[in-house]
Design a protein around this ligand. Sequence first.
Ligand SMILES: *[C@@H]1O[C@H](CO)[C@@H](O)[C@H](O)[C@H]1NC(C)=O
Ligand SMILES: *[C@@H]1O[C@H](CO)[C@@H](O)[C@H](O)[C@H]1NC(C)=O
Ligand SMILES: *[C@@H]1O[C@H](CO)[C@@H](O)[C@H](O)[C@H]1NC(C)=O
Length: 329
Amino acid sequence: MAEARGALPGWVSVLGWGLALCCLCGAGPLWSGSHEWKKLILTQHWPPTVCKEVNRCRDSLDYWTIHGLWPDRAEDCNHSWHFNLNEIKDLLRDMKIYWPDVIHPSSNRSQFWKHEWDKHGTCAAQVDALNSERKYFGKSLDLYKQIDLNSVLQKFEIKPSINYYQLADFKDALTRIYGVVPKIQCLMPEQGENVQTIGQIELCFTKEDFHLPNDLYKQIDLNSVLQKFEIKPSINYYQLADFKDALTRIYGVVPKIQCLMPEQGENVQTIGQIELCFTKEDFHLRNCTEPEEQPSSGQEARLAREASTHGMMVCEDGPIFYPPPKSQH
Ligand SMILES: *[C@@H]1O[C@H](CO)[C@@H](O)[C@H](O)[C@H]1NC(C)=O
Ligand SMILES: *[C@@H]1O[C@H](CO)[C@@H](O)[C@H](O)[C@H]1NC(C)=O
Ligand SMILES: *[C@@H]1O[C@H](CO)[C@@H](O)[C@H](O)[C@H]1NC(C)=O
């Protein structure tokens, strides 16, 4: 992919990285007639690798930061739509933290944002949800927070280290959580090295609704998430908080967990159902109940009845069985 503006070394060379294995984010040929595009690519980079590549900046940040939100097949769509820092004044705090200019940390940071807007934002602006600078940068920050790559990698014990990982460690963890295959870019080994260095992770979103393109069930991947936290069916019991804490950590929202009450002769409830809520507009995970929100009692009762067709009720704090299947003989 050619970079139009030669005046921006650093960002140029980042795009020149050798591509490690690829995926859903098939970057096709640039469509030259119209600027039509199909997918959005949220690209995050690892500042120490960016610095290693340009050999210019200090490794000051130890979290993945935004490189950009890129339409897959269009660049530089509107040269007369000039970047105006004032339009994103209210985002500046987040922008500085999550979308810093890693290469020129002390210079005019907004040059990097201007570059991203000119090259990618003016194309993204084709869709209503991104048709202003405020919306483009705001949505990018939202997606970054939703993806929460830093926490996800940590959950899988993938931490910056002087030892090396296998590419599959990253791929498997991210695919499991997001339900889609990320594109992972690396710096090739330098002379005297024989291991590549991870530098950039790309995830694609649908243009229409900003979904990761997979279904919700796979995206949630409850089975894997519980396993990661060593929560497995067992003849011993857990605490309700074990489930709640693990799920809240991964999903960022509080699940509703339903249980069978103890039968006669038992004194521990049994987990039976886990509910997660999504927004109606864009299918983002949300809390089923906001702290300030009083659920309408009629609806709540109706949903509760539905859950209780199996005799289940919202679990109480305390011990909880997660029983394995009874063996079949
Ligand atoms: C380009 O941007 C300018 C300024 O925002 C706008 O008035 C114009 O309609 C845009 N052109 C196209 C083709 O979108
Ligand atoms: C920083 O960059 C912005 C956007 O390109 C520009 O409007 C502003 O004048 C620059 N500020 C300085 C101090 O160079
Ligand atoms: C859901 O609720 C929890 C606890 O009240 C809170 O920490 C979290 O930020 C909420 N998540 C969303 C997406 O609102």
